[in-house]
Ligand binder design. Sequence first.
Ligand code: B3K
Ligand code: ZN
Length: 879
Amino acid sequence: MTKNTQVIYLKDYQVPVFIIETTDLDIRIGDEYTSVVARLKVSRNPASDADTSELVLQGGSGIKLQEVMMNGLILDDSDYDLEDAALSIYQCPETFELTTQCLIQPQLNTTLEGLYKSGGMYCTQCEAQGFRNITYYLDRPDALSIFTTRISADKERYPILLANGNPVEQGELDNGEHFAVWHDPFPKPAYLFAMVAGDLVRQDDVFTTMSGRKVDLQIFVEAHNSHKCDHALASLKRSMLWDEKVYGREYDLDLFMIVAVDDFNMGAMENKGLNIFNSDCVLADPATSSDAMFERIEGIVAHEYFHNWSGNRVTCRDWFQLSLKEGFTVYRDSQYTADTYSAAVKRIDDVTVLRTHQFAEDAGPMAHPIRPASYIEINNFYSVTVYEKGAEVVGMIHTLLGDELFRKGSDLYFDRHDGQAVTTDDFIAAMSDASGVDLNQFTRWYSQAGTPTLTVTDVYDAACHEYRLTVEQSTPATPECQLKQPFHLPLRMALLDVNGVQMPLTLKNVGLLPNKDVVLNITKASETFVFEGVTHEPVPSLLRGFCAPVKLDYGYTQAQLLFLASKDTDGFCRWEACQRLLIDAVAQAMLKPVGYQLELELVTMLRSSLVDETLDPAMVAKLVQLPSEAYLAENQSTVDVDLIHAGREAMRVAIAQALESQLLDCYQRNHDTGPFSQTGNAIGKRALKNTCLSYLNSLDDFNYQAIAQVQYDLQANMTDVGAALQILTGHKNSDISAPLLADFYQRWQHDSQVVCQWFAMQAGANLPGRLTHVKALLEHDAFDIRNPNKVRSLVGSFIRSAINFHCADGSGYEFVADMILRLDPINPMIAANLAKPLGRFKPHTIHRQELMQAQLHRLSQAKLSSDVYEVVSKALAAS
Ligand code: B3K
Ligand code: ZN
């Protein structure tokens, strides 16, 4: 099915035979060819005992090698071997200078890896293995080198020339060209290399570090986006300050640059001193970006900035260690958002992503531990598991160690490994050495995939005042491992009395605990904890703050859940209790959607949240929102997307009917007519009122449509406009949606960020029969299959609309397979991302499983990239 099916194993890791001490690049941008001269100072690696004098450099198929020189002498064909993916130099001495000259054609590079052209600008994306498309190199993260980069290009079309580090020289050349030289004093692997050449404008700011150094902050964008930089700059400064305060980490260079690029495979990239961002993840303006986008941008700016320590100063030894930098950095950016805004709301958002996407991945054919043992294509492992579950694993270490020891551990990790390429074991060792906490068993989180289930049972002995809590854990088999060893995990819990007050806790054989909120160390397949002096039967509040990435199975009664939903002092657990009740109710509605009515207890619960003006409005919005269809699917053993859709829609109507006046009142109370504000409170109020408006519009009442129409017409900000539009375009009657969509496009066609929202809204609308419309949009002038944002907003959103992607006639699957085949030769990374949902057929009804497998078989007949091949072959192996 493909040319490249080589499996790479962690167990085969070997240190590099050679070291590249310095890398001098001379990159001359030309219209047809770009020339790359790389002068490398090479020496043998004393850490390697390999019995060879051959230096093997990786290179992509698009490189044309012109010349190879060793110590100034041109090598002839017999001195080296050139194959598609490697340049091998025979008989290398202990130290030498190697110079290669290559030609590349970035303007033809549609994979967006290496050097490529986005619109009128040249830019790079080198992680994981893009640098080898620029020149022959030791393209592995443990090969650290000091880079100097000289770029030359036509001055008029490319007035801005950027690379990592500090500017050291610039000047004019003949033929209207100019050049710039950049030097990065910090040794780095090639994946952190970056350069940019384009016609960009700059927005400036400055940050003074804790040691009093002045750092220039610069964001480069196309001129028409210059008004959209303020939020990213403010976010960057907040992140820099936070990392100093919370982790004691200071920025090291005198310059920090961000460049916004329209064609980008993911969100952003943490290249040393020169972050490159997908425009959509850095540019924001209240008129064009919703509150959710602002929040996302702040999180990504923080994430990339935090990588300067967790990723750049201390990097990964090999790509199996990806979670070392990604899990830790996601954890750091989550902490940042939690500290800066609402911690409970951030926790709820993170857990929702984990349960909706990571649990599904962990149960599917691509399941892998956060440190995979093998891969075919590393790009497939920039996954929710490596990122989000990886962050949860770091969070568990924090919970087990406590704040002080966790900080001690991170200090030791950064100090011990500054300037090195290390492993997740090194991270664990630093945490354990600094704290004295034994984390040996904990390392299983790095090698075992799958989501554990914690089954908790309890017995209260009223006569002895004893409360016994038994915790059992089990983890399902995953493709790489059948039999799982028990994990070490923290179980944070409290016992609540009848008033919801946390009881003092006395653990048998331990004594009175200092806190009423205890972290139990769970290490065995089954263990029992006995609490003494419990004067009356408590309600347990378990897995507080979602302290471990597990599924909790405790037989809560409805009465207990209602109690926790109103009384639990832990924000996450309170929300969790509400969600469990709502999930149970949707399950009822699925059985009998027509005329479904909400139980009185649930009406009371939702009402009390809606009318409580003392609560954070963002939290109220979370408490009353129904879980998404994808989240609900995670709770079903067999997923019938139509039933879930029908049940959830019935539930929405039932809630709106039962609470119509409170929803309207809550909408009006939270509808700000004053000047636009972006405080946490103002953002929360918008989230809440738009939740209410959405419920009200499920009633199909012209009055509520009119409210949404007024909100749209006001054009106050994209949060309100987008919400109103989504509500109105979700209407079955296209007489309502069509003119609005046309109006919206008319207003915003010049702004590609908004055009993407326009695509996403239409493709993701939760209405049946969207495929014809999506196919028509593929032909729209604004659609471009080479632009990942457009593909994600149209095809990605279509896949997320379960009733359409999983349409019983198989048309959704066939369409997605068609798109994968079209995209694979253009951009394999994006094609493989579309293939992953097709591979997750297991939980669906048999009929759908067969249809999905038929498309996977069809794909397997084609010549595929290694990216898509890996996803398709692993899915078929599970069928
Ligand atoms: N480190 C990059 C991701 C690179 C993805 C390569 N396929 C962005 C980030 O996680 O910060
Ligand atoms: Zn990252």
